[in-house]
Structures are given as C-alpha cells and as structure tokens.
Write a protein that binds this ligand. Sequence first.
Ligand code: ADP
Ligand code: MG
Length: 717
Amino acid sequence: MSVNLQTPIDYLKGVGPNRANLLRSELGIHTYQDLINLFPNRYIDRTKYYKINQLQRNNAEVQVVGKITGFREVAQKRGKRLVADFRDDTGVMELVWFRGQKWIRESLKTGQTYVIFGKTNWFNGKFNMPHPELELLPEHKKNLRTSMQAIYPSTEKLANKGISNRVVTKIMQQLFLETKGRFSETLSETIRGELKLLSKSDALFNVHFPKSPELLSRSQFRLKFEELFYIQLQLIIKNLIHKSKIKGFIFDKVGDYFNTFYNSHLPFDLTNAQKRVLKEIRQDLGSNAQMNRLLQGDVGSGKTIVAFMSMLMGLDNGFQCCLMAPTEILSVQHYNGLLEWFNKLNISVSLLTGSSKTSERKEILENLENGNLQILVGTHALLEDKVKFKNLGLAIIDEQHRFGVKQRSKLWEKNKKETPSHSADKNEMKTESYPPHVLVMSATPIPRTLAMSVYGDLDISVIDELPAGRKPIKTVHRYDNNRLNVFKFMKDEIAKGRQIYVVYPLIQESEKMDYKDLMDGYESISREFPMPNYQISIVHGKMKAADKDYEMQRFAEGKTNIMVATTVIEVGVNVPNASVMVIESAERFGLSQLHQLRGRVGRGAEQSYCILMTSHKLSNDSKTRLETMVRSSDGFEIAEVDLKLRGPGDIMGTQQSGVLNLRIADIVKDKDILEQARYYAKMVLKLDPSLALPEHQVILNTYRQMGKYRNIWNYIS
Ligand code: ADP
Ligand code: MG
C-alpha cells in the first residue's frame, strides 16, 4: 500500500507535463485515483485480424496485417491529405492522414509488414482508414493482445495530440505496475460475501485488462455497485442528518378545519393513493423534523386536494400556509379553485402575483405579518424579501420542476420572527425559528430510482392511481394530409358542446418560424371555423400577460370553442369541458411535454381525445414517442421511455445533471443495481447509523475519503 492514489498524475512514469495537462483538461484526471477510475467505454477484440476482402461497410474498428506499397499526396479543399496504399494478399485499401503528414511520411516505411488498427470508411469504391494506429508486426507480437481490449473515453484534442487509446492503455499499465495492482478494499466483507463480489483489486484489474468475459462482467457489476452504493449512502446520511438536525414545527393536532372539511365538505371519496400520501405527510408534520417532501403524481391524479388538506393541518395547529405555482394563470386557477372550500371553512386567503395592485399588495403584506391572513396563494412573487409571514408553517410548491433548489431554500427565511409557543418545550420554540415544512408537487413523474438519486434530499410520495371513473383519453396519430378529417371531427365535437385545444410548438431557437406556423395555423382554423358560428381564442408567449389571461378566461368560461396556443398552456390549466387536444407538429415535442399537454383534457365526464398531427417525415425517436403516446397513458411508463430516449441529463435539466455524472454505472440501464445498492446502504445505516462497527470501518474510511476528495455534496444540492 505504499503508493498514494492521490499522487498527481504527473508523477506517473510516461506522463510528462504536457500529457498531464491534457489529461487534466480533457478528462479531468488529476491523480492516480482519477486515472484508475477512467473506465473504458467498451471493449474490442484485438485477437482478431481481418483480411481486406472481409471488411464490411459498418464502420467498425478492425485490425489488418499488410504492407504499405506507396504514398501520395492528394490536394483537397483546404491543404492536402496523405494517402498510403495498404495491401494484403486479398486486396488493397487506403490509409489517410490529414495531419502530421511530414512525420508520418518520414517514419513509415514501404515494404515492411504493419498491423493497422482503426475505423474504416467506404469511399470512392474503396475502404480507407483515417489516422490508423500502426505497429510493425514484430513489435506488435511482443504485446499481449486480448479479445477484450479496453477502449477509453477520448476527445478530439487528445487524439490530435497523439494521446491515442494505445497511449492511455500504456499509461494505465504503468499505473498497475507502480501500484502492483493492489488497491484498498472499499466494501465490507458482508456485502462482498452476500453479493459474491470480486475484490476491489481484481475488479479494477479486470475492468481495464479483462482476463475473460465473465471476470469483466463481474468487475463491472462490482464497480457499478460500489459507485451507486456510496451515492445512496451519502444521500441517506444526508437525509438522516436533515431529519435529526433540522427541526420543524410539530403539527400534532388534527383539528376543526381538517375534520369539518373531511366530514362535511369532501367533494368525492379520496383515492387510496391520496389517503396514503396524506398519511405520509401527516407523519412528517407531526415528527418534529422539518418536512422536505416531493409529491409525484400524474396529471389529473388529484394533487391539489392533498395540498389543500395538508394546509388545513397547518391551520389547525395555528400556522399560516402558502401555495406557490410557477405561472400567474396557475396560481389564479388554484386560488379560484380553492376559494369555495376556504370560504366554507371561513378561512382567510389571498392571492399575490406580479400583477397584484400596490394597495392590494400592501394590505396582503400587513395581514400576513400580523397573522390575519391564514393562506397565501401566488407565484414566485411570494419569494420576494418583503413578503414576511407571522408564522409560516407549511409551504407548498406546485410543479416543482420550474423551481430550483435555491428558490426552495428562500422559503426557509420567511419566518424570521418569533414562533408561536404551542409545543411542550416552549423555551426552545421561543428562541428558535424553524423553517416551514415544504411540500413540492410534480406532475412530471420520473422513475422512482432516478427520483431517489436526483432529489436525494427529499422524501418522496407518489400518487399512483387516478380517481375512479376517469375515461381513458383516446389518443391517435394523424398525418397532415388528413387534416380535413380532423377538422370534421372537431366540428362534430363542438356541435356536442365540447371545447378544443390546438397546440403549436414554440421552441426557442426557431421562434420566428414557429410563430409563423402558429399564425398560419390560426388563420386556417379561423377560415375553417368562421365567426359567428365559432369563437376562437389564441394565446402565445408574445402576448401581454393581461391579454393572455383574458383569452384563457374566455375559454375557461366556455365563451370560445377553440383555444389555439403555444405550449404556454402546458402546465396545470383546468378546463373540464375541453375534451379534444390537437397537437400540431407533435414530432417536435418531447414525450413528457406531450403527456403534459394531453393531461389538459380528460378532466370532465366526457370522452376525451388527443390527436397527434405530424408530417410523414419522422425520425425513429419521433416514431417511438408517438407510438408510446398512442399506446400508454401511464405517466411513469412514459417517463421510462423518455428516459431511455433522451438520457437522464436532459430530463432533469442541466441543473441537476451533476448527480448523474457517474463514472461507470448508468442510472437507467443499471436500475437493478441501483436498487440493490440502495437496499444495502439502508441496511448498513440501519444496523450501524454512525458506521462505528469494525466491520464498517472500511465503509467509513471510503466515505470520508470521498467527502474529502470529491465533494459530492456540491453536486447533490
Ligand atoms: P393534478 O394532480 O394534476 O393537480 P388535480 O388536483 O387538478 O390534479 O385534480 C384533477 C381533477 O380531479 C380535479 O377536477 C379534481 O377535483 C378531481 N379529483 C381529485 N381527486 C379526486 C377523487 N379522489 N375523486 C374524484 N375526482 C377527484
Ligand atoms: Mg395540478
């Protein structure tokens, strides 16, 4: 164990200052440790040699033995390229260099036998290999070849500067030489025993230099497990620390507001999922730890009433609550939707948005501070510094993905004042100010395993059941040249009294074009559905907020038949009488967006429809998206497909993608390993929360090391 893995990479034999700089800047390799954790992307068979007449046009990497029979320079648009004819006994191919031609020309000899390795292209009726790796045959024979040679991640710059895969492999060999291939164990014996894991040293050796396919796959399993295990361990520890350190108000009473509502005003039976989630929330609120919970539920699964009843728990315990939504439309809708219930219970509630009038705002802020106002609904206007509560007990954020962690944390400072003394330990309560409990709600379901990793600091509740009696939305895919039929269908639905959304994409980069599409579409719909028989609303991002609201309002009140819109209506809007969603250029939307849009219909008693309009030109991914939409209405299933198509980074947005910066595991493909890792991380901490047992020494050490050298906390939240 004499070699310290934190040794800077410059010290490794064969790595001079230039290479060290490149490894640092291109691959983030600073130390021995970083290098050992540079895992191959894939493996290729270097025991196999191709004859030139066996080459296939599949652009794969191949190895060929032959001789260079001549060089020539070929002029091209910029500069020239160097071409060599390369022959074996079955044919001829070309080797091509665009750079470093002088050096190549001088160092390569015709008539000698070389082994070349690289990707082949088919060009002008011949195979060629640009920038091949070359070795003289005798030299080649000296090196060990395996059927699974590691191919490491690279960059164009590395390749240009001569740090080829062969060089990286050599450096890696050197590292194993210097360390004698011995690496400290990082998992406990129990875990290794139960899962029959390879030792750390064996796993590292075989992942870089596999002795057999079996050993390779066992190595990969072990290393993936380890990576995910430590991430889960850290997330769970963080969560435990949060629970033990960050105290919260205890809502221990179930009082009049809640009971009255539950017994006399509940408009429908709660689904079992809603009941379960309410119970989870109640447990948190009663626990003396600050709640930090994510409520996931598909569109229409009934998150609002859960939010409402949670707020009643807050009120019953003498606290104020707030409900925040990402847009003005949504917060107005929440406010209007909940007003009736609040009124029935005699609860004071106000709405605060960017367009609240100054006088109104003043009154709201006053009543908030003196405690006359019990509930505040609004947009992120709630986060402004001037907004101070007397005693904010619970903050609910709807449509979480629009708010970042930063904004969530702003809510914590809303209670600078003395807090009410309702609890047993009054002294503590008087001097300390607790942050409010926080419930964030998201209608973008993400697979649970991913949620666990991305929102590691949150507990998660899921409403996985729609209210009974919902008619599934019928979803179809139609091509543009079928538009007349679609219009006919729309007319029939309008004749039945239904309303219709027609949605156009508005994607930032091509905004002008999209805007034109929208306006063209609006015109053609206006022609097809003329006044006075038909009324049409239009809403898009270039309109003033007041105009948008006015149009939305007209549509919501049933004064217009058709709402032509860009995706501004995507989230949360509730018009139960709207039963048809036509999505134009549906191939340009992402899956989760399509699913969100579809969720705007199917909210009433009538059969609802979603029509996905596209041109005939569809990429494979687009086809998969459309097929998925037609086949499934399950948000979680759709999210899984989306995840597979787009990868996790895109789904979560750049903000959180850091957490998915895994070295070897793949959060989508290795879901099962992730589950196991989480299970073991939980078990270990349950048995031994402070990792004090001798058996867990190795875990504690590794955990500390990681904290020291790779600040995982930074990228978790
Ligand atoms: P979302 O989860 O998308 O926010 P909402 O809370 O807006 O969903 O609920 C969608 C619709 O379903 C609303 O009209 C709501 O009143 C209704 N709803 C919610 N829960 C139930 C239930 N248990 N039974 C019947 N209808 C329900
Ligand atoms: Mg909602």
